[in-house]
Design a protein around this ligand. Structure first.
Ligand code: HEC
Length: 110
């Protein structure tokens, strides 16, 4: 009887874990997940577009510029981007990489 209870409990926790495919944002690692969570909705409504489709540059941005922009208040006042101080360095790097991919794809499609 006890064995059954323990295994039922075990199965139930596996079930719960299996349902939990929402990673909390502070544990997200992929640039795409982070972008979808923090950035995409707003870009869809204003700014460069959900997939950077309104990006006007002829080259992708440099990673350090993206990092300054999203994490360190670069040029605050001249643009309307919020700052995401909660991003870890790794997350900010992953985001910058993903943004650059989107910008490259946009430039190549012209
Ligand atoms: C509150 C809305 C909003 C959110 C949230 C937001 N952005 Fe933006 N973003 C903008 C707007 C508007 C612009 C257009 C330029 C400006 O006004 O700063 C922009 C521009 C940019 C640019 C520059 C594009 C260019 O052409 O120079 C980058 C890179 C960028 N956003 C990255 C991000 C990333 C990464 C995130 C998430 C961590 C994010 N943004 C979240 C509104 C937002």
């Amino acid at each position: 009887m006890r064995y059954i209870k323990v295994s039922a409990l075990f199965l139930f926790s596996v079930f719960l874990l299996g349902c939990d495919n929402e990673i909390p944002p502070e544990r997200m690692k992929s640039g795409e997940d982070l972008y979808n969570y923090y950035c995409k909705d707003c870009h869809m409504r204003k700014g460069p577009g959900a997939y950077m489709e309104h990006y006007a540059g002829s080259k992708p941005m440099k990673p350090y510029k993206i990092l300054l922009l999203i994490k360190y208040d670069f040029k605050k006042g001249q643009h309307s981007m919020p700052t995401f101080k909660q991003l870890s360095d790794k997350q900010a790097d992953a985001l910058a990489e993903y943004i650059i991919e989107l910008q490259k794809a946009k430039i190549e499609s012209r």
